[in-house]
Design a protein around this ligand. Sequence first.
Ligand code: ATP
Ligand code: MG
Length: 671
Amino acid sequence: VVAEPENITAGLSTAQLAAVNHGAGPMVIVAGPGSGKTRTITCRMAHLIQARQVPAGAVLAITFTNRAAREMADRLAAMLGGNTDLPFVSTFHGFCLGLLREQGGFDAVVLDEYDRRILAKTVLKRAAAGKADGLPGPDRLLDMIASAKQAMLGPGDDLSGVARETAPDLLATLYGDYQALLAENSGCDYEDLICRAVDLLEGHKDVRQTAQQRFVYIFVDEYQDVNHAQYRLIQALAPAGGNICVIGDPDQAIYGFRGASAAYFQTFETDYPGAARFFLEKNYRSTQTIVSAAYHVITGQDDDPGRVRVYSDIAGVPVVTVARLASERAEAVFAGRTIERMVGGLGFHSVDFGKAGYEAPAGLGFADFAVLCRTRRQTEVFADVLESAGIPCHVVSKQRIYAARGVGEAISLLRLAEGQATFIDLEKAGGVLYGATAAKKQAVISAWAKERNLPAAEVLAATERFPVPGLSQAAQRRLAGAARTVAELKARTGHLPVAGRLRFLIENMEPLATLVNGSKKNREAFDAAVEAARPAGTDATAFFDTVALAADADAVMPGVDRVRLMTLHAAKGLEFAVVFVAGCEEDLVPFSGYGDRATDIDEERRLFYVAMTRAKERLFLTWAKNRTLYGKRKACTLSRFVADIEGDLKEQAEVETGRPPKDGHVQMELF
Ligand code: ATP
Ligand code: MG
């Protein structure tokens, strides 16, 4: 059955229609949260194809996450009907990877976060053995290298702008070693994709022209969060006067800590003179109350006279609830209780929030709720409490999936079977393939292989034919056994979809099966990985790309009726009927930073603003009297941002979760 195309522009406002119907040339849409920016550009893409006969393949949209790309592609498919080509919708990294594969003879393996960390540790270990002083930790090193790449700086460039407390010379050495190690693994990392694509486009006029001729209409959503490398990519793809459309909201710029700069948004009209500018002023997502409260927060410090105030005509509960709880656990209990009652159809009045005693919208499911936290650690407390109360929830975190035991090993096994393995895969899979004893000999095996110039994927097979000096006969036999296992794996599962291959692994391979099935958390993570493999079909490379390019926000699992628990950052672009922003306390909101990694208060404010504006109907801001932070129990004070919300827009409640009744306090029992 071929779906009928929808009426694309039905229901759009005049302002939105103006952007949809705009002719050719550069354009910028700047507007606040929930004003329909993403919807407007999606409609414009469909309109170009349907009404203006632009070939779908000439339209490119770049989104911030894979999840956003998927959503947009689904919307486009619904709007255009089932039998047309669809525009190319991708993330920056996904787009660059495609371009490199197609144009640049690129065949490197894109390493995921966990493999990158292994490389960083190796680099640091070698440096420490060489008596280097003032070495950073592996995460910090990776951060600095990423910052350098985001600024398009190589190891030979002046790194003082990104080196922070590490000596720039030392960073240059470590960065160089890291790149060498990447090359040795025929790998490249996440940020390399953009740098290499920029180099390719800037350095090869023919490639650039081909790309420019192919993508005639380009859209970039969330443009306030592009970094220098991404900006250069756009510059290379869209010539002056081209049909480049950028969309964004400087008030929602939250990735400065990753090298993004809203300045590119501000200079768009200088970069593309004559660009048409569109404003959207109406918020279609949230109630008036939520829109106003969020406005107080964003204007709390500087009342930018140029800021266009967004309005909403959605009526609803006239207050935002600010609830103080005894502890972080009580905070989670409160959320759980509230969700339970609202999903139970009991409405808001069953929880007596004083003024806010209004009816809950009918038919709320668990998926209509989100709990947003500043740190990943907080989401774990919520997961714990909600799960034990029987409330289905889902932590939106790729770490939960890909860092779980068994998942990485399984993926490495697949890579070995596919002939796309790195030495890191060999090491990771080694543990489950030939056991810990031989795994200890890994260094011997790797050194031997590198001496013979063997690619990692061929090492196991080679050990069947050539003995590895320094290994016992028993270890040698186990290696040969491993080689046969991998060959058999390939023979028996090579034709299956990737998801099926993963399944096969945990049904047939010990000790992997025990490792995965031994814990609920591992098993759930494994199932999530199987789910993530589904869209790839039988294309293993597509799945490896998914893993390497995954962001937290991609792990959102649409269509599953569970409460979503995620970080404030991961919530960008999303919307939920009911939102809890947890930990609304000084030190968390604004976040005082991990160790010496200072945060930018203005960016923290924007982040809180992003979080608040995810809510459609009901917003709860919760905070704890006492909380454990960095291993210390401490008394908390309410976030300064919450204090910026005008008094009559908020209802402040002291919520007890299990003590005897107290006058004027909302009563809730512990589960
Ligand atoms: P953000 O800044 O958070 O990314 P946005 O500006 O991209 O927000 P959208 O996500 O496109 O906003 O739209 C917000 C919500 O409003 C969506 O549910 C969308 O379907 C709805 N919406 C947008 N325009 C209209 C309209 N004209 N009529 C009714 N609903 C609309
Ligand atoms: Mg949007």
